[in-house]
Design a protein. Structure first.
Lengths: 301, 262
């Protein structure tokens, strides 16, 4: 059996009285494009920081390609490239210098320069290679951060909210590049608020809430579980007939969302409404997406 | 990971890269990090020698200006070795870019060696620059080169290490500045840069002997004139002991991840 890219076993993290991670178990296979989703404060970044060695777990174990991030941290970090969430940069150097330094910290020398240049080119940084980090725009800094995480050519790449505040064009370019890395065999772990991104990119996702994983499945399975379309009805002041209550997903302020297993239920719903003399002010048929899965699992916070 | 030649080469390159980055960091702004302390030291030299030359004589046959130069060189060397590691660490902590080093396989020992070595280079460069300028104006003998080099090296290592401790401990620039203004400055000024402690009342002579800066400056000066307030061997012992104690503390902080890894 192949060694997993990431293996997380019973990881707890406490900050004083705050129990930030409550026994996380998770395995990411090599070559996966994995999404880690959850609202702010769910513990995603804490988990990633433990993975990266920036925080230590209170208990439990994490390994990267079989190397424990505490006991064998050198080997674990060699295998890992992390794109941090904050737009941090070193104001003294230009892009190419920073990338060469970064590779050098990992023990890479001149033989690695061709790879560094490839990364620079793929991320559209060629024009900026000799520009001081300080003078780059926000989007360019983000690209440089991604490039820095890749400088030592790690097999496992973690992107912590990489598209926060990034314009559409750059987002496209970034995803094309990251998809290519994934095709070339790199394991990708992505945390994001943009559920659409996770839906189109990730083959599997974990959803976190208050320090726990509340769902872990392939994107397809998660969507299938919630595959039924939703019917949203706006009924003004009228209430929903009792016969429709079993289908009700949620309703407030006269707007009711009904879960449909098949389309014929629309006719049934409308018939029941007519029977009850309820006027429909507006009606929408909605496709389920990860957002529904997300809201039903994580919602209510 | 088992220790293999490949691993050793990799670790060597990692340490060297961080060292090189730290040296380039100050070299890029050499006007501020080298030229400016050299100018400050020369201004001290100009003013104090003008005021005190002929009025004060510390050692027989040694003019006051000549006496002053080793003290000024050492003072600047110590201050700059401290400034290098401390400001680099505080800045990268405040900016957040320290993360780039923390994400790497560099061990705490590699981290320590790289930051320390860069501080030593900065201290020695500042010291040497002042020397090279000062000898145009004043005759300065070199009696024991070995002692000069030993104290220059140990002094910059000691303050570089202290800078690492201050840099890790400080969360903000003003905390680091407090180290500089309330610890480094008083200790340097009260260490005998401008005078021999033999000119002090007995009480202050005893107090001065608790000041590690006194030993660094006295030992360094001994290398030039072949005379000092105490034996250079005692100074060597005291300075080495302080260096080892601070290095132990710095390594302990780095190993525990204090203020760097949660």
């Amino acid at each position: 059996m192949a060694i997993p890219a990431i293996q997380i076993e019973q990881v707890h993290k406490r900050f004083g009285t705050l129990h930030a991670l409550k026994g996380i178990n998770l395995t990411v296979k090599q070559g996966e494009f994995f999404g880690l989703l959850g609202p702010n404060g769910a513990g995603k970044s804490t988990l990633i920081n433990i993975l990266a060695g920036l925080l230590r777990p209170t208990s439990g174990k994490i390994s990267v390609i079989g190397h424990d991030v505490v006991e064998a941290y050198q080997a674990a970090r060699m295998a890992l490239g992390v794109v941090p969430q904050e737009l941090v940069f070193d104001p003294f150097f230009n892009v190419r210098e920073m990338l060469r330094f970064q590779a050098g910290y990992f023990g890479r020398g001149k033989e690695n320069d061709a790879w560094v240049d490839e990364v620079i080119e793929s991320l559209g940084l060629t024009d900026k290679a000799h520009t001081n980090m300080r003078k780059l725009s926000g989007g360019m800094k983000r690209r440089a951060l991604i490039a820095q995480a890749l400088a030592h050519k790690p097999p496992v790449i973690v992107l912590d909210e990489p598209t926060a505040g990034v314009d559409v064009e750059l987002r496209q370019l970034m995803w094309e590049f990251i998809k290519k890395l994934n095709r070339d065999g790199h394991t990708i772990i992505l945390t994001t608020h943009y559920l659409e991104e996770a839906e189109t990119l990730c083959s599997r996702v974990a959803m976190m809430k208050q320090g726990e994983i509340v769902a872990l499945d392939s994107t397809v399975n998660l969507l299938n579980k919630f595959a039924g379309k939703n019917l949203r009805l706006q009924l003004g002041r009228a209430s929903l007939p009792a016969s429709l209550l079993p289908m009700l997903k949620h309703g407030e302020n006269g707007v009711f969302t009904l879960a449909l297993n098949e389309l014929s239920q629309i006719e049934f719903a409308l018939a029941e409404l007519r029977k009850a003399n309820v006027t429909v002010e507006d009606m929408q048929l909605i496709e389920a997406d990860l957002e529904d899965v997300f809201l039903s699992l994580v919602g209510g916070t | 990971m088992s220790v293999t030649p490949k691993l050793i080469a990799q670790e060597w390159r990692g340490t060297y890269t961080l060292f090189k980055k730290e040296v380039l960091r100050f070299w890029r702004v050499a006007f501020q990090t080298i030229a400016s302390p050299v100018l400050t030291a020369l201004l001290y030299l100009l003013i104090f020698s003008h005021v005190l030359e002929g009025h004060v004589q510390v050692y027989k046959d040694v003019p006051y200006t000549a006496f002053l130069i080793p003290g000024l060189i050492m003072m600047s060397l110590l201050q700059n070795a401290f400034a290098n590691s401390s400001s680099s660490l505080v800045q990268s902590k405040v900016m957040g870019n320290i993360i780039f080093v923390l994400l790497t396989p560099l061990t705490y020992l590699q981290f320590f060696i790289a930051f320390l070595a860069a501080s030593i280079i900065r201290g020695l460069m500042v010291g040497l620059s002042i020397y090279l300028v000062a000898i145009w104006f004043v005759d300065l003998p070199v009696t024991h080169l070995g002692w000069i080099l030993a104290f220059a090296f140990l002094g910059s290592a000691l303050l570089g290490t202290f800078g690492i401790i201050a840099g890790i401990w400080s969360d903000k620039f003003d905390q680091m500045a407090a180290f500089q203004n309330f610890v480094i400055m008083p200790l340097t000024f009260l260490s005998g840069v401008f005078y021999s402690i033999h000119s002090l009342p007995t009480f202050w002579q005893i107090v001065s002997k608790f000041n590690p800066f006194f030993y660094m400056i006295d030992g360094f000066r001994y290398g030039f004139f072949g005379k000092g307030d105490i034996s250079p061997w005692i100074s060597l012992t005291v300075v080495t002991a302080f260096l080892l104690a601070l290095a132990w503390l710095a390594l302990k902080m780095l190993k525990s991840g204090y203020k760097l890894r949660g």
